[in-house]
Ligand binder design. Structure first.
Ligand code: AP5
Length: 215
């Protein structure tokens, strides 16, 4: 199964991706995680990525397309793909279509998780994640058993640098302006579109996503 997972920051893409990968066994590629790993090595490219990401702006298409094309090419295509956060512009969507076409592996579905802006800011500013195993929590909605400590592996939880209210508002603006047109691009092209209410409890969203993908 090859699926693009879309939605504004905080809609629950990363959270739902974990459920979907457990259920369907596809490879999960999060462009945000891949870019954060790239910037962590302190290279010149890493510094450039940091400047865009910390400001809540999209990283330029040429950089993202190159990095994601390499990441996709490295995967075992038979396992399927869950692309989370990529594509985020119509240019990126065109480049992805081209690459998947060349591989003979077209996209099968576009899953869009929608949610109200007021909810998103609260979710993002309250998010904490585990730097070791990647598990995601929320200080109020999904707290760990012991404050600040990952239930799964015991590591100390961290807050992302771009998870401040000011930067979140910028990320939301970028989503509305640059990423929403990607939904129109896929819908106009007759792709299988699945739209879910990300404001619902997470088990409910997970169940609806799994049922829609399996149908
Ligand atoms: P990225 O890392 O992709 O961030 P994002 O899209 O802003 O999405 P988030 O990870 O913030 O949210 P999410 O939807 O995954 O929510 P989560 O599941 O964690 O991108 C970061 C930056 O990288 C971008 O700003 C850009 O600069 C750059 N970038 C990345 N891709 C790019 C691209 N393709 N092109 C250009 N630039 C790119 O959930 C959030 C919180 O809510 C958590 O605390 C969670 O526990 C809680 N929660 C989730 N679901 C529920 C629920 N149903 N009920 C209650 N709480 C819930």
């Amino acid at each position: 199964m090859r699926v693009v997972l879309m939605g504004p920051p905080g809609a629950g893409k990363g959270t739902q991706a974990k459920y979907l990968v457990e259920k369907f066994g596809m490879v999960h590629l999060s462009s945000g995680d891949i870019l954060r790993a790239e910037r962590a090595d302190g290279s010149e490219l890493g510094e450039k990525l940091k400047s865009y990401m910390d400001a809540g702006e999209l990283v330029p298409d040429d950089i993202v397309v190159e990095i994601m094309a390499k990441a996709i090419a490295k995967q075992d295509a038979d396992k399927g793909l869950l692309l989370d956060g990529f594509p985020r512009t119509v240019t990126q969507a065109g480049a992805l279509d081209k690459q998947l076409e060349q591989l003979g592996l077209p996209l099968e579905a576009v899953l869009v998780i929608e949610a109200d802006e007021s909810l998103l800011v609260d979710r993002i500013t309250g998010r904490r994640s585990c730097p070791k195993c990647g598990r995601v929590y929320h200080v109020k909605n999904i707290p760990p058993v012991k404050e600040g400590i990952c239930d799964a592996c015991g590591a100390e939880l961290v807050q992302r640098e771009d998870d401040t209210e000011e930067v979140v508002r910028q990320r939301l603006a970028a989503y509305r302006k640059q990423t929403e047109p990607v939904i129109e691009y896929y819908a106009a092209d007759g792709r299988k579109m699945i739209r879910l209410d990300g404001g619902a409890p997470l088990e409910e969203v997970a169940q609806q996503a799994a049922e829609a993908l399996a149908s």
